[in-house]
Design a protein around this ligand. Structure first.
Ligand SMILES: N[C@@H](CCC(=O)N[C@@H](CS)C(=O)NCC(=O)O)C(=O)O
Length: 217
């Protein structure tokens, strides 16, 4: 099999790209990367050659194109990880899928108000009631999953759930949102993960600034 190619946006801002890449890394794959800086003419010109949606991430592997982060995670799980990116145990697996689906389609208020900005620290944004509700729900989800499944990942062994919540972990760091207890310890472990750290180092080295994503300074 050939080396997969993952088309991504900026390391600093592209939360969906990070999810897809981390899922591949969890499967032991280091894809070749094509980086297209978001919000540039270069992005809009090039992305249509890669993806029918015009969005990143998109994965090319042999004769397959996968144009969505969750589908990329499923592909990584199936083709490179023999199913090990989801928990082996039935209940944990069902709950992990529900949590990942909730992340994939939810938390709109938090995502809009607190954009991922890996390299920024000490940002402060007014916490509107919908944002506060998203933060509360995330803390409850994480705490409950860790209590029910015993760690070290949310649903036992770290897997797709960690890939999907990593951008939120980075947001909590950027905007100074504290998380107590087991969920706080899990968050710290996720931020210390070597793949997350590698991604953040690439973000530090980038020079593009997307003004719309720079909030709370
Ligand atoms: N549901 C998609 C969302 C992808 C997405 O919204 N990507 C953003 C960057 S993080 C994007 O490509 N934005 C570029 C644009 O909309 O022009 C997925 O999970 O992959």
């Amino acid at each position: 099999m050939s080396t997969p190619v993952l088309v991504i946006g900026n390391f600093n801002y592209s939360s969906w790209s990070l999810r897809g890449w981390l899922a591949l890394r969890r499967a032991g794959v280091t894809p070749d990367l094509i980086r297209l800086p978001l919000d540039t003419p270069e992005f809009h010109e090039a992305i249509r050659r890669h993806s029918p949606t015009g969005r990143v991430p998109v994965l090319h592997h042999d004769d397959v194109t996968v144009w969505d982060s969750l589908a990329i995670a499923e592909y990584a799980n199936e083709i490179f990880a023999e199913g090990s990116l989801w928990p082996a145990e039935r209940v944990a697996r069902a709950e992990a899928r529900a949590a990942v689906a909730e992340m994939h389609s939810g938390f709109a208020a938090l995502r809009a108000a607190l954009p991922m900005n890996c390299r920024a620290r000490g940002r402060r944004v007014e916490t509107t009631p919908p944002v506060a509700a998203d933060i509360e729900r995330l803390q409850a989800l994480w705490g409950d999953a860790l209590a029910r499944h015993g760690g070290p990942g949310l649903f036992g062994p770290p897997g797709i759930a960690e890939a999907f919540f990593a951008p939120v972990a980075l947001r909590f760091r950027t905007y100074g949102i504290a998380v107590q207890g087991a969920a706080g310890e899990w968050l710290a472990r996720l931020l210390a993960d070597e793949d997350v750290q590698w991604w953040c180092a690439q973000a530090e080295a980038e020079r593009e600034v997307v003004a719309a994503e720079e909030v709370g300074a």
